[in-house]
Ligand binder design. Structure first.
Ligand code: IMP
Ligand code: MG
Length: 182
């Protein structure tokens, strides 16, 4: 195996584990929505694009892929205010919607999106997240489909970035605190 990038402390979730679990999630979603009509997948840019691409390709049910972009972080690792940067192309009333998010940290982003999309009267609304951090103060938002629970560290790879770096690594790795503390 090639050397780990010096910004990274360790690999938290290896590529094979991610790929295997994405298939399990897709299988579960395919079962849950069989005979319900198409599922409207809302990927949250930019972090969820790789997860969503793999997940969607493993689904065996009809589905539509759309994206939203919200901004809540600049270059820092602190949670901030959530703002819509890009909205959906279509109305979602009469749709079975699943929000596909990269990570639930404070829960602000997912909770904001959940409330906002719920107000558009979808037939149903669920959430799917690749990873969730343990947080005492995490907002209470349901995560219906979860890939992995991870420790409270900054992670990169498989769509997740730090200041736009390390996003396309095939695994999820822990960033060294010295990288974001400097
Ligand atoms: P929340 O609103 O605090 O739950 O944070 C959600 C957003 O912050 C995610 O969609 C990510 O874009 C970003 N984020 C939070 N923690 C991490 C991390 O460890 N690595 C990369 N991005 C993160
Ligand atoms: Mg995100």
């Amino acid at each position: 195996m090639s050397e780990l990038h010096p910004d990274l402390a360790r690999i938290l979730v290896p590529e094979e584990t991610i790929q295997a679990h994405v298939k399990v999630l897709a299988h579960q979603i395919s079962l849950d929505y069989a005979d319900k009509g198409p599922v409207y997948l809302v990927g949250v840019l930019r972090g969820a694009f790789i997860f969503l691409a793999d997940l969607a390709r493993c689904l065996t049910i009809p589905h539509v892929v759309d994206f939203m972009s919200v901004s809540s972080y600049g270059k820092s690792t602190e949670s901030g205010v959530v703002r819509i940067v890009l909205d959906l192309r279509e109305p979602i009333d009469n749709q079975h919607v699943i929000i596909v998010e990269d990570i639930v940290d404070s829960g602000k982003t997912l909770s904001y999106l959940y409330t906002m999309l719920k107000s558009r009267n979808p037939t149903s609304l669920r959430t799917c997240a690749l990873v969730q951090k343990p947080k005492e103060k995490q907002l209470d938002v349901p995560v219906d489909y979860l890939g992995f629970k991870i420790p409270d560290v900054w992670v990169v790879g498989y769509g997740l970035d730090y200041a736009d770096k390390h996003r396309t690594l095939p695994y999820i790795a822990e960033l060294k605190p010295s990288v974001y503390e400097k």
